[in-house]
Design a protein around this ligand. Structure first.
Ligand SMILES: Nc1ncnc2c1ncn2[C@@H]1O[C@H](COP(=O)(O)OP(=O)(O)OP(=O)(O)O)[C@@H](O)[C@H]1O
Length: 492
């Protein structure tokens, strides 16, 4: 029997106001722009096309000029606000845009100036593109601001493709939590589900690529908190920074588009060890050659950043939006499940009854469905390491007075046949192959390899030395190397 069509309501929004909504689990919402102009965190809506939101999405439809939207479905919260910080964000975008334009003219006008001189020359330093680090406490809207600024840059009509860098290991960015990643953004990032906070990545979908899928470069840290292994985090940041440098050297036009780094709340929070926090921020500032730090709504952090970097960089305080929703622990757990499920199965959101031709951020729904494969492999097929675990002999077995040396960077082989291996339900990062040229290999190469995909160990058969893995890619894992962290996932 057909379900009755869900109730639709029209909202007319005055210029510079936004319609905010929050969804309950298992519900969805379709928003159609009937007239005027509207955008979701900087990504414009096309007229007469239903945009679908799900997985407890919390977002806002903002309009600069005024609009009428039709909303179908029942959010748990919905209201219109006329107090938004969007003009402050737009002014900031204009300032960043001027930096890009100046950097582009310097690039076009200074082809004979060699790169080393460029760094020394103060006038060309003034023509540097924006490389922005966004810091702020929990729920200040950092990710949203990163998205808005990136979307405004790609919409500017200058052909910019800024690099968006996700340092938030609690959130997952394009793939799964526990990662840091970067991707050049060529078209506006849509918002439709917290499972894809930065839009869809192409990594888990080799067969069906949605047209706006991004191909990020991903590194596996493996834990939600930077305190767990801050040395590893710093090393990964520097490795990612090197790759960004290579990309910029090869593609100066991408370089002038600049870069925007979204960070986790632990970069700002007093609960993180101050030294670790400062070290990781310093690694980001140096590795990505940051020249602007945006501090979102936090006076103390602003003063702290001024003190640390005020003489070298621009430190800018920006207001927090009243619409940012405080996300509790159980919500974050559910979002983690949505992210892993989406990584494996693609994004499946059922439109409210009666809504036809719904899109996810402008993409047809079927484009985003995947079929993962469950495969049985032998223990020896895959070599699995944990970084920095303490697995040495007990202290009593050490020579008297000898300190225990625990390297946070030490790769420790994981034996799946050991009861405490922690492999069951573990999320594993499958690494790219080692350098085929033996002369280029080095001891710690494992720490610097990017991720090519993720898998989850769904069962372990110790007597037969076999395990079952679930992965969205059909490729064989035989002979590959994977890393375990502290994330586990079970299908629900
Ligand atoms: N203006 C708004 N109206 C409605 N919801 C919003 C608005 N701005 C942000 N949100 C929502 O609030 C939530 C938190 O925002 P966001 O993720 O940007 O904050 P954050 O500071 O990056 O969070 P975290 O501390 O977890 O890193 C998200 O679900 C986001 O979609």
């Amino acid at each position: 029997m057909d379900q009755p069509a869900a109730e639709s309501r029209k909202w007319t929004l005055e210029p510079e106001t936004e319609y905010r909504f929050e969804l309950d689990p298992g519900t969805s919402l379709a928003v159609k722009l009937l007239r005027g102009q509207a955008e979701v965190f900087g990504a414009e809506l096309a007229e007469a096309k239903p945009y679908l939101f799900g997985c407890e999405c919390k977002a806002a439809i903002f309009t600069w000029q005024g609009c009428t939207i039709e909303v179908t479905g029942r959010p748990s919260t919905e209201y219109v606000s006329d107090e938004t910080p969007m003009s402050a964000y737009a002014n900031l975008h204009i300032a960043l845009e001027q930096m890009r334009v100046r950097a582009l003219s310097a690039l076009n006008g200074s082809s004979d100036e060699d790169d080393e001189n460029r760094d020394e020359n103060p006038s060309s330093r003034r023509a540097e593109p924006p490389r922005v680090l966004i810091v702020g406490p929990e729920h200040s809207g950092k990710t949203t601001i990163a998205k808005i600024l990136t979307n405004y840059a790609v919409r500017a009509g200058q052909g910019w493709s800024p690099l968006l860098v996700n340092m938030d290991t609690t959130e997952g960015g394009w793939v799964v939590p526990g990662t840091i990643s970067a991707a050049p953004v060529h078209s506006p990032i849509a918002t439709y589900s917290p499972a894809n906070p930065l839009g869809s990545a192409a990594t888990s979908a080799p067969m069906v690529l949605s047209s706006n899928a991004l191909v990020p470069l991903v590194y596996w840290y493996g834990h939600p908190s930077i305190n767990r292994n801050h040395l590893l985090m710093e090393r990964l940041v520097r490795t990612l920074g090197h790759h960004v440098d290579y990309k910029w050297d090869a593609d100066p036009e991408c370089r002038v588009s600049g870069l925007i780094v979204d960070t986790p709340a632990s970069f700002a929070s007093s609960s993180s060890a101050v030294d670790h926090r400062h070290q990781v921020i310093k690694s980001c500032v140096e590795s990505f050659k940051i020249n602007v730090i945006l501090v979102v709504g936090h006076e103390k952090l602003y003063v702290e950043m001024q003190r640390l970097y005020g003489t070298q960089l621009n430190i800018i305080k920006i207001p927090k939006s009243g619409g940012v929703v405080e996300l509790d622990f159980s919500y974050r757990e559910r979002v983690f499940n949505y992210q892993l499920h989406t990584y494996m199965y693609g994004q499946v959101i059922t439109a409210p009854p009666g809504v036809a031709d719904a899109t996810l951020g402008g993409e047809a729904l079927t484009d985003l469905v995947l079929a993962p494969s469950s495969t049985v492999i032998k223990f020896d097929d895959l070599t699995i390491y944990r970084i920095g675990a303490e697995t040495m002999a007990p202290t009593s077995a050490l020579p008297i007075g000898a300190p225990r040396v625990v390297s946070e960077m030490q790769p420790v082989l994981v034996d799946p046949s050991q009861p405490g291996s922690g492999l069951l339900n573990a999320v594993l990062a499958l690494l790219q192959p080692f350098n085929p040229d033996e002369n280029e290999r080095y001891d710690e190469e494992l720490l610097d390899l990017p991720v090519m995909g993720f898998l989850v160990v769904t069962s372990i058969d110790v007597p037969n030395r076999k395990m079952t893995i679930l992965a969205p890619n059909q490729g064989s894992v035989v002979g590959r190397t994977a890393l375990i962290g502290s994330f586990e996932w079970q299908e629900q």
